[in-house]
Design a protein around this ligand. Structure first.
Ligand code: CA
Length: 226
């Protein structure tokens, strides 16, 4: 899942980006209001975290732009000012939740997960399945049959992508942009290695193999594989 963070304080912004990435999200960080608005309107996000006081346009205006464009992703706003007025204003303007700075990262993560769970799209698909493989998005848990499978954050994202688009052959360029947030022209076999590791964890020891390579095209997860 992809999260937009708009925060001008370098320390807070980097801390959010790092923490959320480690928790398995793909994160774009904008440090200024106009950039944040531009990203929110041109890219697609599952959630946005907006600081209120920003250079350029402030968090309220970014929020207005997002809602004005009909984007319905959940929005969590961060405010340094512990004023009831701010909170009411934010919620009235279409924010879904707020957090007063300074906050504990665990608190932020809990709010983020709750918002994603509530957000319409995530609702029906909290658990993704293929055969006896299950990926629980909210509990960050993967099981195959009775076996619990430990994945790294990137492996989890990769499996989530394969499951969401199961039956479709996914080119490496798409996997690179969705999971690593990078362009594929970088000369790297990081995807190959990650898929190999993921496959070992998911398929080794099971008769039915779920992930396969389609030579020259990419990777697919389906339940027809041999
Ligand atoms: Ca600020």
């Amino acid at each position: 899942m992809k999260i937009l963070v708009v925060e001008d304080e370098a320390k807070t912004g980097n801390y959010l980006k790092q923490g959320l990435s480690e928790a398995g999200f793909v994160v774009d960080l904008a440090r200024e209001g106009f950039d944040g608005m531009h990203l929110a309107l041109t890219d697609s996000y599952d959630l946005a975290i907006l600081d209120v006081m920003l250079p350029g346009i402030d968090g309220w205006q970014v929020l207005q732009g997002i809602r004005g464009a009909g984007k319905e992703m959940p929005v969590l706003f961060l405010t340094a000012r512990d004023h009831v007025d701010d909170r009411v204003k934010g919620l009235e303007m279409g924010a879904d939740d707020y957090l007063v700075k300074p906050f504990a990262f665990s608190e932020l993560l809990a709010r983020v997960r709750t918002l994603l769970r509530r957000g319409g799209k995530a609702k029906e698909s909290d658990v993704l399945r293929a055969a006896d493989l299950e990926l629980d998005l909210m509990r960050r848990r993967v099981t195959r049959g009775e076996r619990k499978i430990d994945l790294t954050a990137k492996e989890f994202l990769l499996l989530e992508l394969l499951l969401r688009r199961q039956g479709e052959v996914l080119p490496r360029s798409l996997i690179a942009s969705q999971v690593w947030d990078m362009n594929f022209d970088s000369d790297t076999n990081v995807i190959e290695v990650a898929v190999r590791r993921l496959r070992a964890k998911i398929d080794d020891g099971f008769e039915q193999k779920l992930i396969r390579t389609v030579r020259g095209m990419g990777y697919v997860l389906d339940t027809d594989a041999q």
